[in-house]
Each structure stands twice: as C-alpha cells, then as structure tokens.
Design a binder for this molecule. Structure first.
Ligand code: FES
Length: 110
C-alpha cells in the first residue's frame, strides 16, 4: 500500500537546498533541484554511507564515502547501468510537501 506522509512545507527549501527527514524509521533526503522537489533514500547503494552531506553539482549528488555520483531526479548513475538510489515521489498539495512511501505506518506494524 502506498501512502503520503507530510514532510514539510512547500517553500521551505530554496533551489539547491536539502533537508533530512525521517519516515517510519527511514532516513530520506529531500532536494530542491531548480524548483522541483526530489527525495532519495539516505543510504548509498554502494556501501550504505549517508548521502545527506554529499556535495551537489546541479542534480548530481556525490557520495561522500567513495565518490560515486547519482542523479537525484532518477536515482541513476551517469551512463548506462550501475547502481541506483532508491527514490520516492514527492509532491506539493495546498502548500505541504507530501512524500509517497510503501507500507503501513511503523506504529501499526507491531
Ligand atoms: S558508500 Fe557511497 S560510494 Fe561507496
């Protein structure tokens, strides 16, 4: 089941800014790329490093651990193939940022 979780307000991040949020025990990084919001899992698919502080060049996020680069819009590495970040749909509704995640709320999984 997919559900939407509020993670902030629409205008809190300027282009190029980011924000770390926690949803159901999962760490997710929101990015404003040229006015569009994108969300990726805060875990590098190479070896699990946190990506939240990685340098951002345009839409390309560099993992601070070993330097692999990912497009935060698609989660893909440059070129064909390679590792892929987990991405999450995020949209703005009535001034709120809503993140789409799979599953039921953590509190009801006990
Ligand atoms: S953990 Fe990210 S590049 Fe190795």
């Amino acid at each position: 089941m997919t559900r939407e979780v509020p993670v902030g307000v629409a205008d809190e991040l300027a282009p190029g800014q980011r924000k770390l949020v926690f949803v159901d025990g999962r760490s997710i990084v929101l990015f404003n790329i040229d006015g569009q919001m994108h969300a990726v899992d805060n875990s590098c698919p190479h070896n699990g490093a946190s990506l939240a502080s990685g340098p951002l060049e345009g839409c390309m996020l560099r993992c601070p651990a070993h330097g692999l680069r990912f497009d935060v819009r698609s989660g893909c590495m440059p070129g064909a193939g390679g590792l892929k970040l987990t991405t999450f749909p995020v949209r703005t509704v009535e001034g709120k940022l809503l993140l789409s995640v799979m599953g039921t709320p953590a509190s009801s999984q006990a």
